[in-house]
Design a protein around this ligand. Structure first.
Ligand SMILES: *[C@@H]1O[C@H](CO)[C@@H](O)[C@H](O)[C@H]1NC(C)=O
Ligand SMILES: *[C@@H]1O[C@H](CO)[C@@H](O)[C@H](O)[C@H]1NC(C)=O
Ligand SMILES: *[C@@H]1O[C@H](CO)[C@@H](O)[C@H](O)[C@H]1NC(C)=O
Ligand SMILES: *[C@@H]1O[C@H](CO)[C@@H](O)[C@H](O)[C@H]1NC(C)=O
Ligand SMILES: *[C@@H]1O[C@H](CO)[C@@H](O)[C@H](O)[C@H]1NC(C)=O
Ligand SMILES: *[C@@H]1O[C@H](CO)[C@@H](O)[C@H](O)[C@H]1NC(C)=O
Ligand SMILES: *[C@@H]1O[C@H](CO)[C@@H](O)[C@H](O)[C@H]1NC(C)=O
Ligand SMILES: [Cu+2]
Length: 570
């Protein structure tokens, strides 16, 4: 058995060696960018505020590369906050030092400092994005990362006439850093946002915003590839275009088997590529996005952001109001389920069938009792508690004096432990009426160690502690197959028969159903420390995260290199 496993690891190594040799023969160009992080005056919803941006742009610059290209992005921090940038969804094969989450793969870039992120796009095509991974700065520090096929290669669908990034965001009139600091102080839920945005514009349904609307011109008969990104901080979103059918062709920078739909749902962090054809009467049509709110009786931003799809031949000037799409009800989970079950890979894929690590992680909220030395003003969560969140009852805490990856590589003890539980410490009816005695998680910096090349399955199970909710769970450094999802408690006897081991979708973020579960599989072929977390920033703030420590394999090609010399120190 052990020999067989070693053999398969050797085989995997050989495969990686061959594929990286092939890759170096067809390698792309080096794309260089400079990102200056700076405070910039931004006017939204009647007032001007200073917000942190990249190069004074909001949203930040769109990076356009080809599969096989390398990126070198020099980030210069001229703001008054610590910052890091994460390249969301990039596999970062053996470039973990460039992944970006603060205190996970690097210490933050301090005010006045700089750091150059260097990494290569390998085998990914479609839409990803980049964002700050430090406090709540990603509220305004984000942008699209477009990956086109290699030179001479083409899309697996007819070439569209146009391509447009559609970046969905979330806007607060208050400084988002003040919003999260207030919540951290009081223990209560943070204030909800004041608007959603499309390409950083709220659209004309909001006050003082009649001119702040993104217009997307199109000629009758043309097809546009919309690269839709949910960059909102805390909200899954529905998206639709009036009177137009959307053909989904990709998600999270992998192609999927095309299907048509009238509405999309994107969990925070997810991307979806859709083709839209101008096959309707020449007119102006709203594109609109608003909340999918799975948690009941919880305040949320119920406003609607719009952009306008404008046929060039439609009458300008006194044009009538654009046509509004119908969007699902805020709590329309049936639509979300039907949509997510439509995702398939275009063809049969290599899903790991033998599993070395079978893991079961609960994801959900929690409540911490008020510590005795805390004033009441710091315990403004439900019934005088402080809100929390956890995976397998561990509320994740970041180190403050060194990153996890540095501590791992330099063998520095006392920064983290590797005892993250592979199954819940207490088994209970996860989606039932959970006893209050189970609400309080423990706090820790616990990692789960994986041998290089191990084949991993994780069942992600929502809990109904406080409120069931759809959690967009994102894994850094990997794509995974989503082989099944369902409602209630995952039941291995009943539910393994639902596993799709033929053509499941490959993604980096899975929207785990409220009151339900999702099962993912991946091969641990990328050494380093890789964060897995809910992409609702309010939930990361409360601790809904853990990290995998993937050990080096055999030889240089299966090992993490030494850190770059300009890696920021704490
Ligand atoms: C949050 O909302 C409350 C109530 O509207 C307000 O008093 C408070 O100032 C807000 N906090 C921030 C940081 O904007
Ligand atoms: C949004 O919520 C507010 C209360 O918070 C309510 O008055 C309003 O009717 C809601 N709007 C919609 C469109 O549901
Ligand atoms: C969704 O919300 C509507 C209106 O608030 C309510 O009547 C309905 O019961 C809710 N549905 C679900 C599934 O929670
Ligand atoms: C708060 O206390 C009330 C009254 O005891 C109870 O009904 C409610 O469920 C409690 N809320 C939470 C979140 O524990
Ligand atoms: C949930 O359980 C508690 C006791 O653990 C009980 O007091 C409460 O009534 C139950 N709620 C529901 C909705 O069944
Ligand atoms: C989490 O751990 C704490 C401390 O041991 C315990 O009180 C609580 O019941 C546990 N909850 C769950 C869901 O395991
Ligand atoms: C900024 O980062 C340094 C470590 O480089 C840390 O000591 C400090 O607490 C951070 N500041 C804030 C406000 O998080
Ligand atoms: Cu969450």
């Amino acid at each position: 058995m052990e020999t067989l496993k070693n053999f398969s690891i050797m085989f995997l190594g050989l495969f990686l060696l061959i594929s990286s040799t092939l890759l170096s023969l067809t390698s792309g160009e080096i794309q260089r960018y400079q990102f200056v992080i700076q405070a910039t005056p931004v006017k939204r919803l009647c007032n001007t505020h200073n917000r942190i941006t990249v190069n004074g742009m909001f949203p930040g610059p769109t990076l356009e590369v080809r599969n096989g290209d390398s990126l070198e992005v020099k980030v210069v921090n001229k703001a008054r906050y610590n910052v890091t940038i994460h390249w969301h969804g990039v596999r970062q094969m053996r470039t973990g030092w460039a992944d970006g989450p603060e205190f996970v793969t690097q210490c933050p870039i301090r005010p006045g400092g700089s750091y150059t992120y260097r990494f290569t796009i390998q085998g990914q095509e479609g839409t990803l994005w980049w964002h700050a991974h430090s406090s709540w700065l990603r509220a305004t520090v984000y942008g699209a990362l477009i990956i086109r096929p290699r030179l001479g290669e083409s899309y697996p669908f007819p070439k569209p006439n146009l391509e447009t990034p559609i970046v969905l965001g979330e806007w607060w009139d208050a400084n988002p850093i003040d919003v999260v600091r207030e919540a951290t102080r009081t223990g209560a839920a943070p204030n909800v946002s004041d608007a959603y945005t499309i390409n950083a514009q709220p659209g004309d349904l909001y006050k003082c915003s009649s001119k702040d609307t993104t217009i997307i011109p199109i000629d009758a008969g043309e097809t546009n590839l919309l690269r839709v990104i949910n960059a909102a901080l805390n909200q899954p979103l529905f998206f639709a275009v009036a009177d137009h059918t959307l053909t989904v062709v990709g998600a999270d920078a992998t192609y999927i088997k095309p299907f048509t739909t009238s509405v999309l749902m994107l969990g925070a962090g997810q991307t979806t590529d859709v083709l839209i054809k101008a096959d309707q009467r020449p007119a102006r049509y709203y594109m609109a996005a608003r909340a999918y709110q799975s948690a009941q009786n919880v305040p949320f931003d119920n406003t609607t952001t719009t952009a306008i799809l404008e046929y060039k031949s439609s009458k300008k000037g006194n044009a009538p109001k654009p046509i509004m799409p119908s969007l699902p009800a805020y709590n329309d989970t049936n639509t979300v389920t039907a949509f997510s079950r439509s995702f398939r890979s275009p063809r049969k894929v290599q899903v790991p069938t033998e599993i070395d690590e079978s893991l079961f992680f609960t994801v959900g909220l929690g409540l911490n009792n008020c510590p005795p030395n805390f004033r009441r003003s710091r315990c403004q969560g439900p019934n005088g508690t402080r809100l929390a969140a956890s995976m397998n009852n561990v509320s994740f805490m970041l180190p403050r004096s060194i990153s996890l990856l540095q501590a791992h590589q330099q063998g520095i003890p006392g920064v983290f432990t590797t005892d993250f539980p592979g199954t819940p410490p207490v088994k209970f009816d996860y989606t039932g009426n959970v006893s209050r005695t189970l609400f309080q998680p423990i706090t820790g910096t616990k990692l789960y160690k994986l041998k290089f090349g191990s084949r991993v399955q994780v069942v992600l199970q929502d809990t109904s502690i406080i409120a069931p909710e759809n959690h967009p769970i994102h894994l850094h450094g990997y794509d995974f197959y989503i082989i099944a999802e369902g409602f209630g408690n995952f039941n291995p006897k009943r539910d393994t028969s639902k596993f799709n081991l033929v053509d499941p979708p490959l993604r980096n973020t899975v929207a785990v159903p409220a009151n339900g579960w999702a099962v993912i599989r991946f091969v641990a072929d990328n050494p380093g420390v890789w964060l897995m977390h809910c992409h609702l920033d309010v939930h990361i703030t409360w601790g809904l995260a853990m990290a995998f420590l993937v050990e080096n394999g055999v030889g240089e090609l299966q090992s993490l290199p030494a850190p770059p010399s300009d890696l920021p120190l704490c």
